[in-house]
Design a protein around this ligand. Structure first.
Ligand SMILES: [Cu+2]
Length: 396
Protein backbone atom coordinates (compact mmCIF):
# COMPACT_ATOMS: atom_id res chain seq x y z
CA UNK A 1 0.00 0.00 0.00
CA UNK A 2 2.76 2.42 1.01
CA UNK A 3 4.65 1.53 -2.16
CA UNK A 4 1.55 2.37 -4.20
CA UNK A 5 1.23 5.70 -2.42
CA UNK A 6 4.71 6.75 -3.52
CA UNK A 7 3.75 6.33 -7.13
CA UNK A 8 0.69 8.55 -7.19
CA UNK A 9 0.21 11.16 -9.88
CA UNK A 10 1.61 14.07 -7.86
CA UNK A 11 4.89 12.29 -7.01
CA UNK A 12 5.37 11.13 -10.59
CA UNK A 13 4.69 14.55 -12.10
CA UNK A 14 7.02 16.25 -9.57
CA UNK A 15 9.76 13.71 -10.34
CA UNK A 16 9.23 14.26 -14.07
CA UNK A 17 9.41 18.06 -13.66
CA UNK A 18 12.62 17.70 -11.63
CA UNK A 19 14.19 15.43 -14.23
CA UNK A 20 13.18 17.82 -16.99
CA UNK A 21 14.75 20.71 -15.12
CA UNK A 22 18.00 18.85 -14.58
CA UNK A 23 18.11 17.65 -18.19
CA UNK A 24 17.50 21.18 -19.52
CA UNK A 25 20.20 22.73 -17.40
CA UNK A 26 22.65 19.94 -18.27
CA UNK A 27 21.93 20.37 -22.00
CA UNK A 28 22.38 24.13 -21.66
CA UNK A 29 25.64 23.61 -19.82
CA UNK A 30 26.85 21.14 -22.48
CA UNK A 31 25.89 23.58 -25.19
CA UNK A 32 27.98 26.26 -23.51
CA UNK A 33 30.90 23.87 -23.19
CA UNK A 34 30.61 22.80 -26.82
CA UNK A 35 30.47 26.31 -28.23
CA UNK A 36 33.29 27.63 -26.12
CA UNK A 37 36.97 27.00 -26.68
CA UNK A 38 39.14 25.09 -24.23
CA UNK A 39 40.12 28.38 -22.55
CA UNK A 40 36.52 29.03 -21.57
CA UNK A 41 36.08 25.47 -20.32
CA UNK A 42 36.45 26.41 -16.66
CA UNK A 43 33.93 29.21 -17.01
CA UNK A 44 31.48 26.78 -18.65
CA UNK A 45 31.95 24.30 -15.84
CA UNK A 46 31.32 26.93 -13.19
CA UNK A 47 28.27 28.08 -15.16
CA UNK A 48 27.02 24.49 -15.06
CA UNK A 49 27.38 24.38 -11.28
CA UNK A 50 25.48 27.59 -10.84
CA UNK A 51 22.70 26.41 -13.14
CA UNK A 52 19.03 26.05 -12.30
CA UNK A 53 19.46 22.37 -11.47
CA UNK A 54 22.14 23.15 -8.88
CA UNK A 55 19.93 25.64 -7.04
CA UNK A 56 16.96 23.27 -7.23
CA UNK A 57 19.00 20.51 -5.60
CA UNK A 58 20.25 22.96 -2.99
CA UNK A 59 16.65 23.89 -2.17
CA UNK A 60 15.68 20.22 -1.84
CA UNK A 61 18.69 19.66 0.45
CA UNK A 62 17.79 22.64 2.66
CA UNK A 63 14.17 21.37 2.88
CA UNK A 64 15.39 17.89 3.92
CA UNK A 65 17.69 19.38 6.60
CA UNK A 66 14.87 21.58 7.94
CA UNK A 67 12.59 18.50 7.95
CA UNK A 68 15.18 16.45 9.89
CA UNK A 69 15.68 19.25 12.46
CA UNK A 70 11.88 19.44 12.83
CA UNK A 71 11.66 15.69 13.47
CA UNK A 72 14.50 15.83 16.03
CA UNK A 73 12.76 18.65 17.87
CA UNK A 74 9.50 16.72 17.82
CA UNK A 75 11.24 13.64 19.32
CA UNK A 76 12.84 15.89 21.97
CA UNK A 77 9.43 17.39 22.73
CA UNK A 78 7.80 13.97 23.07
CA UNK A 79 10.65 12.77 25.32
CA UNK A 80 10.10 15.77 27.60
CA UNK A 81 6.38 15.02 27.74
CA UNK A 82 7.00 11.34 28.57
CA UNK A 83 9.36 12.38 31.36
CA UNK A 84 6.63 14.66 32.69
CA UNK A 85 8.75 17.75 32.11
CA UNK A 86 7.47 20.99 30.64
CA UNK A 87 7.11 20.62 26.85
CA UNK A 88 8.54 23.06 24.31
CA UNK A 89 6.36 26.14 23.96
CA UNK A 90 5.98 26.23 20.21
CA UNK A 91 4.01 29.48 20.31
CA UNK A 92 7.01 31.22 21.89
CA UNK A 93 9.36 29.61 19.36
CA UNK A 94 7.19 30.74 16.44
CA UNK A 95 6.82 34.24 17.97
CA UNK A 96 10.60 34.57 18.33
CA UNK A 97 11.06 33.33 14.75
CA UNK A 98 8.64 36.02 13.53
CA UNK A 99 10.73 38.72 15.19
CA UNK A 100 13.92 37.18 13.83
CA UNK A 101 12.40 37.04 10.34
CA UNK A 102 11.42 40.72 10.62
CA UNK A 103 14.92 41.77 11.68
CA UNK A 104 16.70 39.63 9.05
CA UNK A 105 14.22 40.68 6.33
CA UNK A 106 14.53 44.40 7.04
CA UNK A 107 18.31 44.12 7.20
CA UNK A 108 18.22 42.22 3.87
CA UNK A 109 16.16 45.01 2.30
CA UNK A 110 18.55 47.63 3.70
CA UNK A 111 21.55 45.61 2.45
CA UNK A 112 20.13 45.32 -1.07
CA UNK A 113 19.37 49.06 -1.17
CA UNK A 114 22.92 49.97 -0.16
CA UNK A 115 24.89 47.28 -2.03
CA UNK A 116 22.78 46.82 -5.15
CA UNK A 117 21.47 50.38 -5.01
CA UNK A 118 25.00 51.64 -5.55
CA UNK A 119 25.02 49.77 -8.89
CA UNK A 120 22.25 52.03 -10.23
CA UNK A 121 22.82 53.95 -13.41
CA UNK A 122 24.44 57.37 -13.07
CA UNK A 123 22.24 60.47 -13.33
CA UNK A 124 20.03 60.70 -16.42
CA UNK A 125 21.82 62.26 -19.38
CA UNK A 126 18.69 63.51 -21.14
CA UNK A 127 15.89 65.98 -20.39
CA UNK A 128 13.07 63.46 -20.19
CA UNK A 129 15.36 61.02 -18.31
CA UNK A 130 15.32 63.34 -15.27
CA UNK A 131 11.50 63.26 -15.27
CA UNK A 132 11.32 59.47 -15.51
CA UNK A 133 13.90 59.15 -12.73
CA UNK A 134 11.89 61.48 -10.48
CA UNK A 135 8.77 59.43 -11.11
CA UNK A 136 10.65 56.26 -10.30
CA UNK A 137 12.03 57.69 -7.07
CA UNK A 138 8.60 58.91 -5.91
CA UNK A 139 7.02 55.48 -6.57
CA UNK A 140 9.98 53.78 -4.93
CA UNK A 141 9.79 56.06 -1.85
CA UNK A 142 6.06 55.42 -1.36
CA UNK A 143 6.37 51.65 -1.75
CA UNK A 144 9.37 51.45 0.61
CA UNK A 145 7.51 53.41 3.34
CA UNK A 146 4.45 51.14 2.95
CA UNK A 147 6.66 48.05 2.89
CA UNK A 148 8.52 48.92 6.13
CA UNK A 149 5.37 49.93 8.05
CA UNK A 150 3.34 46.85 7.00
CA UNK A 151 6.19 44.41 7.69
CA UNK A 152 6.79 45.85 11.18
CA UNK A 153 3.05 45.75 12.00
CA UNK A 154 2.59 42.24 10.59
CA UNK A 155 5.46 40.53 12.42
CA UNK A 156 5.30 42.55 15.66
CA UNK A 157 1.58 41.78 16.00
CA UNK A 158 2.22 38.09 15.30
CA UNK A 159 4.77 38.09 18.13
CA UNK A 160 2.89 40.28 20.59
CA UNK A 161 -0.43 38.49 20.24
CA UNK A 162 0.85 34.92 20.00
CA UNK A 163 -1.16 32.29 21.79
CA UNK A 164 -0.28 32.09 25.48
CA UNK A 165 -3.19 29.88 26.41
CA UNK A 166 -4.54 32.70 28.54
CA UNK A 167 -6.34 34.73 25.92
CA UNK A 168 -8.82 33.95 23.24
CA UNK A 169 -8.79 35.40 19.75
CA UNK A 170 -11.37 38.11 19.23
CA UNK A 171 -13.77 37.24 16.41
CA UNK A 172 -13.68 40.29 14.17
CA UNK A 173 -14.92 39.39 10.69
CA UNK A 174 -15.77 42.74 9.16
CA UNK A 175 -15.36 46.50 9.48
CA UNK A 176 -16.61 48.80 6.76
CA UNK A 177 -14.58 51.81 7.93
CA UNK A 178 -11.28 49.92 7.76
CA UNK A 179 -12.23 48.47 4.35
CA UNK A 180 -12.99 51.97 3.07
CA UNK A 181 -9.69 53.36 4.37
CA UNK A 182 -7.50 50.66 2.87
CA UNK A 183 -9.34 50.81 -0.45
CA UNK A 184 -9.66 54.56 -0.88
CA UNK A 185 -6.14 55.62 0.18
CA UNK A 186 -4.25 53.23 -2.16
CA UNK A 187 -6.72 54.08 -4.94
CA UNK A 188 -6.01 57.83 -4.56
CA UNK A 189 -2.21 57.30 -4.38
CA UNK A 190 -2.22 54.97 -7.41
CA UNK A 191 -4.45 57.35 -9.40
CA UNK A 192 -2.04 60.24 -8.72
CA UNK A 193 0.95 58.06 -9.73
CA UNK A 194 -0.73 56.76 -12.89
CA UNK A 195 -1.94 60.21 -14.00
CA UNK A 196 1.52 61.75 -13.40
CA UNK A 197 3.06 58.85 -15.32
CA UNK A 198 0.56 59.29 -18.13
CA UNK A 199 1.39 62.98 -18.55
CA UNK A 200 5.13 62.33 -18.41
CA UNK A 201 4.81 59.56 -20.99
CA UNK A 202 2.64 61.79 -23.20
CA UNK A 203 5.24 64.53 -23.01
CA UNK A 204 8.00 62.09 -23.99
CA UNK A 205 6.20 60.37 -26.85
CA UNK A 206 4.15 63.26 -28.27
CA UNK A 207 7.09 64.45 -30.27
CA UNK A 208 6.88 65.48 -33.85
CA UNK A 209 9.79 66.33 -36.01
CA UNK A 210 10.73 69.97 -35.90
CA UNK A 211 13.10 72.01 -38.00
CA UNK A 212 16.63 71.73 -36.66
CA UNK A 213 16.13 68.28 -35.15
CA UNK A 214 18.92 65.86 -35.89
CA UNK A 215 17.47 62.93 -37.74
CA UNK A 216 19.29 59.63 -37.42
CA UNK A 217 18.31 56.22 -38.70
CA UNK A 218 19.01 53.22 -36.48
CA UNK A 219 18.29 49.87 -38.07
CA UNK A 220 18.60 46.57 -36.28
CA UNK A 221 19.42 43.26 -37.89
CA UNK A 222 20.92 40.03 -36.61
CA UNK A 223 23.33 40.95 -35.05
CA UNK A 224 24.25 44.59 -35.44
CA UNK A 225 22.93 48.12 -35.55
CA UNK A 226 23.34 50.19 -38.70
CA UNK A 227 23.48 53.94 -38.26
CA UNK A 228 22.65 56.35 -41.08
CA UNK A 229 22.96 60.13 -40.91
CA UNK A 230 21.51 62.61 -43.36
CA UNK A 231 24.11 64.57 -45.29
CA UNK A 232 24.18 68.33 -45.77
CA UNK A 233 20.52 68.49 -46.80
CA UNK A 234 19.54 67.25 -43.34
CA UNK A 235 17.12 64.77 -44.87
CA UNK A 236 17.37 60.99 -44.92
CA UNK A 237 16.59 59.26 -48.17
CA UNK A 238 13.76 56.73 -48.16
CA UNK A 239 14.29 53.00 -47.85
CA UNK A 240 12.69 50.04 -49.58
CA UNK A 241 13.19 46.50 -48.43
CA UNK A 242 13.15 45.27 -52.06
CA UNK A 243 16.36 47.21 -52.75
CA UNK A 244 18.32 45.35 -50.12
CA UNK A 245 21.64 43.88 -51.35
CA UNK A 246 25.13 43.08 -50.05
CA UNK A 247 26.30 46.65 -50.71
CA UNK A 248 22.98 48.33 -50.00
CA UNK A 249 22.37 46.67 -46.65
CA UNK A 250 19.71 49.15 -45.63
CA UNK A 251 17.85 49.06 -48.93
CA UNK A 252 18.23 52.82 -49.45
CA UNK A 253 16.27 54.06 -52.44
CA UNK A 254 18.55 56.08 -54.71
CA UNK A 255 15.62 57.33 -56.74
CA UNK A 256 15.13 59.65 -53.80
CA UNK A 257 17.73 62.37 -54.18
CA UNK A 258 17.84 62.91 -50.41
CA UNK A 259 19.74 59.61 -50.24
CA UNK A 260 22.77 60.72 -52.23
CA UNK A 261 24.56 62.47 -49.40
CA UNK A 262 23.47 60.11 -46.60
CA UNK A 263 26.27 58.91 -44.36
CA UNK A 264 26.95 55.48 -42.90
CA UNK A 265 28.42 55.84 -39.41
CA UNK A 266 29.92 53.38 -37.01
CA UNK A 267 29.32 55.35 -33.82
CA UNK A 268 26.23 57.26 -32.79
CA UNK A 269 27.75 60.70 -32.27
CA UNK A 270 25.32 63.40 -31.16
CA UNK A 271 25.72 67.03 -30.15
CA UNK A 272 24.76 67.95 -26.60
CA UNK A 273 21.53 69.90 -25.92
CA UNK A 274 20.10 69.34 -29.41
CA UNK A 275 16.87 67.43 -30.02
CA UNK A 276 17.59 64.14 -31.73
CA UNK A 277 15.04 62.03 -33.54
CA UNK A 278 16.06 58.40 -33.77
CA UNK A 279 14.17 56.63 -36.55
CA UNK A 280 14.04 52.99 -35.62
CA UNK A 281 13.47 49.97 -37.83
CA UNK A 282 14.33 46.27 -37.97
CA UNK A 283 15.11 44.02 -40.89
CA UNK A 284 14.50 40.56 -39.49
CA UNK A 285 13.21 40.02 -35.98
CA UNK A 286 12.13 42.37 -33.21
CA UNK A 287 15.08 44.24 -31.71
CA UNK A 288 14.96 47.08 -29.23
CA UNK A 289 16.94 50.29 -29.11
CA UNK A 290 18.07 50.68 -25.52
CA UNK A 291 20.19 53.57 -24.29
CA UNK A 292 19.95 53.28 -20.51
CA UNK A 293 21.91 56.44 -19.65
CA UNK A 294 19.40 58.54 -21.59
CA UNK A 295 16.45 56.45 -20.32
CA UNK A 296 15.55 55.60 -23.90
CA UNK A 297 14.07 52.32 -24.98
CA UNK A 298 11.89 51.56 -27.97
CA UNK A 299 11.29 48.39 -29.95
CA UNK A 300 12.56 48.00 -33.50
CA UNK A 301 9.81 46.09 -35.27
CA UNK A 302 10.09 44.76 -38.84
CA UNK A 303 7.67 46.61 -41.09
CA UNK A 304 6.70 49.11 -38.40
CA UNK A 305 8.98 52.16 -38.25
CA UNK A 306 9.08 53.74 -34.80
CA UNK A 307 10.94 56.76 -33.49
CA UNK A 308 12.07 58.30 -30.26
CA UNK A 309 12.99 61.92 -29.70
CA UNK A 310 15.29 62.93 -26.90
CA UNK A 311 17.74 65.65 -25.96
CA UNK A 312 21.08 64.58 -24.50
CA UNK A 313 22.28 66.95 -21.78
CA UNK A 314 25.62 65.60 -20.57
CA UNK A 315 28.59 65.10 -22.89
CA UNK A 316 30.63 61.90 -22.75
CA UNK A 317 33.62 63.74 -21.29
CA UNK A 318 31.45 65.39 -18.60
CA UNK A 319 29.99 62.00 -17.69
CA UNK A 320 33.50 60.50 -17.56
CA UNK A 321 34.45 62.95 -14.83
CA UNK A 322 31.08 62.52 -13.05
CA UNK A 323 31.47 58.75 -12.80
CA UNK A 324 35.24 59.06 -12.35
CA UNK A 325 35.98 56.65 -15.18
CA UNK A 326 38.10 57.96 -18.08
CA UNK A 327 37.00 55.04 -20.25
CA UNK A 328 33.26 55.53 -19.77
CA UNK A 329 31.12 55.35 -22.91
CA UNK A 330 27.40 55.69 -23.39
CA UNK A 331 26.09 52.60 -25.14
CA UNK A 332 23.24 51.60 -27.39
CA UNK A 333 22.17 48.02 -26.70
CA UNK A 334 19.56 45.68 -28.09
CA UNK A 335 17.06 44.97 -25.36
CA UNK A 336 15.26 42.06 -27.01
CA UNK A 337 16.70 38.58 -26.87
CA UNK A 338 16.80 38.43 -30.64
CA UNK A 339 19.06 35.39 -31.21
CA UNK A 340 22.35 33.68 -30.37
CA UNK A 341 24.63 36.69 -30.82
CA UNK A 342 22.19 39.22 -29.37
CA UNK A 343 24.85 40.32 -26.88
CA UNK A 344 26.91 41.61 -29.81
CA UNK A 345 24.42 44.33 -30.62
CA UNK A 346 26.22 47.25 -29.04
CA UNK A 347 27.16 50.64 -30.37
CA UNK A 348 29.04 53.42 -28.70
CA UNK A 349 27.01 56.62 -28.30
CA UNK A 350 29.18 59.70 -27.96
CA UNK A 351 27.78 63.03 -26.86
CA UNK A 352 29.98 65.91 -27.96
CA UNK A 353 29.90 69.67 -28.42
CA UNK A 354 28.41 71.21 -31.58
CA UNK A 355 31.85 71.95 -33.05
CA UNK A 356 33.10 68.41 -32.40
CA UNK A 357 29.91 67.02 -33.93
CA UNK A 358 30.28 69.03 -37.14
CA UNK A 359 33.93 68.07 -37.39
CA UNK A 360 33.10 64.37 -36.90
CA UNK A 361 30.21 64.51 -39.39
CA UNK A 362 32.44 66.00 -42.09
CA UNK A 363 34.73 62.96 -41.81
CA UNK A 364 32.05 60.29 -42.19
CA UNK A 365 31.91 57.98 -45.17
CA UNK A 366 29.00 58.35 -47.59
CA UNK A 367 26.50 55.52 -47.58
CA UNK A 368 26.83 55.39 -51.35
CA UNK A 369 30.06 53.43 -51.30
CA UNK A 370 32.19 52.55 -54.32
CA UNK A 371 30.85 49.01 -54.26
CA UNK A 372 27.31 50.31 -54.25
CA UNK A 373 28.04 52.74 -57.08
CA UNK A 374 29.47 49.87 -59.06
CA UNK A 375 26.48 47.69 -58.30
CA UNK A 376 24.00 50.35 -59.38
CA UNK A 377 25.92 51.13 -62.55
CA UNK A 378 26.13 47.49 -63.53
CA UNK A 379 22.50 46.85 -62.96
CA UNK A 380 20.50 46.47 -66.15
CA UNK A 381 16.91 47.00 -67.28
CA UNK A 382 14.91 49.13 -64.87
CA UNK A 383 17.93 49.71 -62.70
CA UNK A 384 19.96 51.43 -65.45
CA UNK A 385 17.91 54.59 -65.19
CA UNK A 386 18.45 54.63 -61.48
CA UNK A 387 22.19 54.24 -61.92
CA UNK A 388 22.24 57.10 -64.40
CA UNK A 389 20.44 59.27 -61.88
CA UNK A 390 22.99 58.37 -59.29
CA UNK A 391 25.86 59.31 -61.57
CA UNK A 392 24.20 62.64 -62.14
CA UNK A 393 23.75 63.19 -58.48
CA UNK A 394 27.31 62.28 -57.71
CA UNK A 395 28.49 65.02 -60.01
CA UNK A 396 26.44 67.55 -58.09
CU1 LIG B 1 18.69 42.49 -31.32
Amino acid sequence: MAFKKIFNLKTLSSAFAGMLLLATSTVMAQDTTATNSAVADDAAKSAMWTSVGYYSLLLVLVCIIVGIIGKILRVYDLTLQIQGKKAVNWNNVMGALFVLFLAVGLYGAFWSFTVQGSMLLPEAASIHGVKTDNMFMVTFGITVIVFVITQILLFTFSFKYRNTGKRKAYFYPHNNTIEKIWTVIPAIVLTILVITGFFTWKEITNTTEEKGDINVDVTGHQFAWEIRYPGKDGKLGSKKYTLYSASNILGVDFKDKNSFDDLHADTLVLPVNRAVRINISAQDVIHSVYMPHFRVQLNAVPGLPTYFKFTPTITTSEMRSKVDNPKFEYLLYCNKICGGSHYNMQKVVRIVTDAEYNDWLSKQKPYLSDALKKELKLADNGQTKEAAQNRLALNN
